[in-house]
Design a protein around this ligand. Structure first.
Ligand SMILES: Cc1ncc(COP(=O)(O)O)c(C=O)c1O
Length: 395
């Protein structure tokens, strides 16, 4: 029976990263996968994580299962990080959450809950969106519709198009929003635009599902959560999928959180009970290591300050690279790449055709997705000139 299964192609992003690793070209540049890389091209372990890990090693007394909702301190710390220390919905007890295996696990648990509440619900996703959203949410039976989001011709958010499309979102339907640092385009909503979406959700009754995987990599921890908090302040129900992969560098520790803002405390407790049953169905309990480290960083003042300073340094490096890239690309191509500087987080589209992206790969060893999405953090002082020259050659 199993022999009937065919071999599938690699995941397009992971497959390209593997192809880059195997490329013998000494000048190769890897701008594919969404991990932060430092000036040496390494995805580093945060110093705050190292210190929290040492404390964990010294204090750990068991490897017994975690509870299905995960670590309590992690849940609380993440709720405050996402919603703000003084959050009114937190004070009102209208929040429930569950620790999950990464942001992907968080999205999946969110999807399971939506499917349990209303099977086959329509989820509105941005065009474009992170490609994994569709299989991750679709595998539980949810349906999709796209809304216009990024306009390649002027490298910005087509907000009029987004609003026009979301006018068709019905009560009870889900609108998936990128909390900050949109993946793949890096173009984010302004606060005024978030407010418009909140008003529409209130009037039409659709429910925002906010995927926030990059909090702290755009304008800062608080600023990057401002859009989410605008929704939460105004709406009866919001679902959130959060990840500590990028902002704490805990990628392989699979550390995330599904959070529900609900009508009242009873409903919050009901949703947590549902999420625990959904988790039991899928993976039983979340992993401990990353969440206990994250909890320690979130609750310990000294570690928290260290973590935030490291995050700010990362963010400044990315923004510095954005500025440098604009300068180099404008000079080498004679075109206007200034839009890269207005975008947030690790990703931007360079605005090249798939043919040009493939030529960059084949002829110059410069690896980006066919859509010309680049991971800005993969740029560094030793490859930026080569990259800018290669782009000029294929244009
Ligand atoms: C938009 C978006 N959401 C969610 C995730 C999930 O992150 P993870 O499961 O690695 O925590 C990612 C990771 O790349 C992402 O880009």
């Amino acid at each position: 029976m199993l022999e009937s299964l065919e071999r599938l192609p690699d995941d397009p992003i992971l497959g390209l990263a593997a192809a880059c690793r195997a490329d013998p070209n000494p000048n190769k540049v890897d701008l594919t996968i969404g991990i932060y890389m430092d000036e040496q091209g390494i995805c580093p372990v945060f110093e705050a994580v190292k210190q929290a890990q040492q404390i964990l090693m010294a204090q750990e007394v068991t490897k017994a299962y975690m509870p299905p909702a995960g670590d309590a301190a992690f849940n609380l710390g993440m709720q405050k990080l996402l919603l703000g220390e003084g959050s009114a919905v937190l004070a009102d007890g209208r929040v429930g959450s569950i620790q999950t295996p990464g942001g992907c696990g968080a999205l999946r648990i969110g999807a399971e809950i939506i499917q349990a509440a209303a099977p086959g619900t329509r989820v509105w996703v941005s065009d474009p969106t992170w490609p994994v959203h569709i299989p991750l949410l679709g595998s539980v039976g949810l349906q999709f519709e796209t809304y216009r989001y990024y306009e390649p011709s002027d490298h910005s958010v087509n907000f009029d198009g987004m609003v026009a499309d979301l006018k068709r979102a019905q009560a009870g339907e889900i609108v998936l929003l990128h909390g900050c640092c949109h993946n793949p385009c890096g173009a984010d909503l302004s606060l005024t635009q978030w407010q418009t979406i909140a008003n529409m959700a209130q009037q039409q009754g659709f429910i925002p599902f906010v995927d926030i995987a990059y909090q702290g990599l755009g304008d800062g921890l608080e600023q990057d959560a401002a859009g989410l908090r605008t929704l939460v302040d105004q709406l009866p129900e919001v679902i959130v999928a959060a990840s500590c992969s990028k902002n704490m560098g805990l990628y392989r520790e699979r550390t995330g959180l599904t959070l529900f803002v609900c009508k009242d405390a009873d409903n919050a407790a009901a949703l947590v009970s549902q999420a625990k049953v959904a988790a039991r169905r899928v993976y039983s309990m979340p992993p401990a290591h990353g969440a206990i480290i994250a909890a320690r960083i979130l609750e310990d003042e000294t570690l928290n300050a260290l973590w935030q300073s490291e995050l700010v340094a990362m963010c400044e490096r990315i923004n510095g690279l954005r500025a440098a890239l604009v300068g180099k690309l404008n000079a080498s191509t004679g075109r206007d790449f200034n839009f890269i500087q207005n975008e947030k987080g690790m990703f931007s589209f360079l605005g090249l055709s798939a043919e040009q992206a493939i030529r960059l790969r084949k002829e110059y060893g410069v690896y980006m997705l066919d859509s010309s999405r680049i991971n800005v953090a993969g740029v560094n002082a030793s490859n930026i000139d080569y990259l800018a020259d290669a782009v000029a050659k294929v244009l």
